[in-house]
Design a binder for this molecule. Structure first.
Ligand code: AMP
Ligand code: MG
Length: 526
């Protein structure tokens, strides 16, 4: 069934302490830990595609042994339980050791095609990194992680995946609004899957503690396992690797911006070394276009992690990773802008270049343009400002724009993308003027209408995991009905297709959801 080859634990030093007690872990990249069994696990949903990646079929997924493994009640042959040790900058401040507090790795599997995947249970009990928390996860946040991982993948956004969603049959107590009213909520466990769950924070912690030999080992290991194409001397590989991390992160940011995704907690411990979207918590999808929108209630006042700032924050996070790598560069060269240090700086510059190029390519496609010209920046910026002022739905607007008859350039064609009639009327003249400019630009671009529509429909999803849709699925699941989870999973597998009978899943946010918790803002309590 699953073929394990656990390189992380084999090649990197582990914690000699066996007790599962909160502690600082030094001189090790991981600690052994056994998941804590749950009372009555049930498989609520699974992703067939992820199962197939792991060479698992429906029968395997339905087996009691698999349910045991996915709930943390037993280990399959070859599995090893461990939690990894990392730190991170949270909201701009160094936070010291964090680590997998409620994530337990089960090992690395290698499929028949030789692809390697780490399996990780989220919510399977405390680890040495749990501090005072319980190591569990609530059903609502587990549904959000499960569905969004898969939705992002099908939108073409690099992401960790979700194999399964298991209800634990146990309650978890959470104070959702941090207002002194804890309640018992159903618990769940997601099995996440990625080639690597290594984060920027893994390197930062070792650097902060001066554990430079181990830092070098982790870098060597990461390059060998996760970036095997990189070659050269140690120093050359380090530079090339950091370059690659910068480029992948840049591409990820352009993806988030193009689909309207806001991560919500871009701390350095939530940044994947592979440039994957990782750690789905209080994330959200932009409904009415607002660059300053953040779904995370903890971030409401500073808006550090709001929609439009994500690329800038990713860059800041890359600078923190660069700081962590500095101790590995030859000492004499540090004070000057010597070659290797300059190489790290050049990689960060490269981040800016790649991000801009990817952003322009993505938005050229969203606008139906064959290529991006310098003037298009202004056209897009003016559109963004209009969308912000008029509270236009981002996903709906771009999808409907493909239908525009450029001979008419009629604002009525975009009627459905507005949340408020008063704003629609107020901004109709501005939208009309913008559509005229846009139509002229399209005529100049000279693409046949059908071809333009086809590219636009590949670039502008009809279906995204709108915040209220996830919330509806959660509320039904909390009543014991998982039907909506399955429906959403199915719809989100084909986000760019018109799906007859499923138009309701592309409806813009209803009024009742505008200020409802879970639909507009979310807390970190998960
Ligand atoms: P996050 O904000 O989810 O990225 O988590 C930050 C840190 O807190 C990580 O070290 C997590 O593993 C840990 N953490 C969050 N929630 C829990 C929990 N319920 N139990 C144990 N550790 C947790
Ligand atoms: Mg995290």
């Amino acid at each position: 069934m699953l073929n394990f080859d656990n390189r992380f634990v084999r090649e990197l030093p582990g914690d000699s302490e066996q007790r599962n007690q909160p502690r600082q872990v030094f001189g090790a990249c991981w600690s052994p830990v056994t998941p804590t069994p749950v009372a009555a696990p049930t498989l609520l949903a699974h992703s067939r595609e992820v199962a197939a990646d792991l060479d698992l079929d429906d029968q395997d997924m339905a087996s009691p042994a698999m349910l045991g493994a996915l709930s943390g009640n037993r280990l399959l042959p070859g599995m090893l339980g461990y939690a990894s040790c990392y730190g991170g900058h949270q909201f701009g401040q160094w936070a010291g050791q964090l680590g997998d507090g409620r994530a337990i790795l089960l090992g690395e599997t290698v499929n028949r095609r030789g692809q390697r995947f780490e399996l990780q249970l989220k919510g399977a009990g405390p680890t040495p990194y749990a501090r005072r928390a319980d190591g569990r996860a609530v059903l609502r946040s587990s549904i959000r992680e499960f569905l969004c991982s898969e939705a992002m993948h099908h939108l073409g956004v690099p992401t960790t995946r979700a194999l399964s969603l298991v209800g634990s049959g146990e309650n978890v107590v959470r104070d959702m609004f941090y207002d002194g009213h804890p309640i018992a909520e159903p618990g769940a466990i997601v099995c996440r899957v990625a080639p690597s769950f290594t984060r920027f924070g893994h390197f930062e912690l070792l650097a902060a503690r001066g554990e430079h030999a181990l830092l070098q080992r982790l870098v060597d290991f990461t390059i060998a396992r996760d970036f095997p194409a990189l070659v050269g001397t140690r120093e050359q590989k380090l530079g090339a690797w950091f370059h690659e991390v910068c480029e992948r992160t840049a591409r990820l940011m352009a993806h988030w911006l193009r689909v309207g995704f806001v991560h919500g907690v871009m701390n350095t411990d939530n940044m994947s070394i592979l440039g994957l979207t990782i750690d789905y918590g209080p994330y959200g999808w932009v409904d009415n276009f607002d660059p300053g929108w953040t779904p995370n209630t903890t971030d409401a006042s500073s808006r550090r992690y709001c929609f439009a700032r994500q690329p800038e924050i990713a860059r800041w996070n890359l600078e923190r990773l660069a700081d962590a790598l500095l101790p590995l560069l030859p000492k004499a060269e540090k004070p000057t802008r010597s070659a290797p240090v300059a190489e790290l700086a050049a990689a960060i510059d490269r981040y800016d270049e790649v991000y801009s190029a990817e952003f322009c390519t993505a938005f050229a496609a969203k606008l139906g343009l064959r290529s991006w010209t310098p003037d298009d920046g202004e056209l897009l910026a003016d559109l963004f400002e209009l969308m912000r002022l008029a509270e236009i739905d981002m996903t709906g607007f771009f999808r409907q724009l493909a239908q525009l008859d450029i001979g008419q350039a009629d604002p009525e064609a975009l009627r459905e993308a507005f949340y408020r009639d008063d704003l629609r009327q107020q901004f109709a003249p501005d939208l009309a003027r913008w559509l005229l400019r846009y139509s002229a630009r399209l005529r100049h671009d000279g693409q046949p209408a059908e071809r333009r529509m086809a590219t636009m429909n590949q670039a502008n999803p009809r279906f995204v995991l709108r915040n209220y849709l996830a919330q509806q699925a959660i509320e039904r699941a909390e009543q014991g009905d998982t039907q909506r989870i399955h429906e959403l999973l199915e719809v989100l597998r084909h986000p760019f297709d018109e799906q007859p009978g499923r138009a309701a899943f592309s409806a813009r946010r209803p009024d009742w959801a505008r200020h409802k918790a879970g639909c507009s803002t979310l807390s970190c309590s998960s």
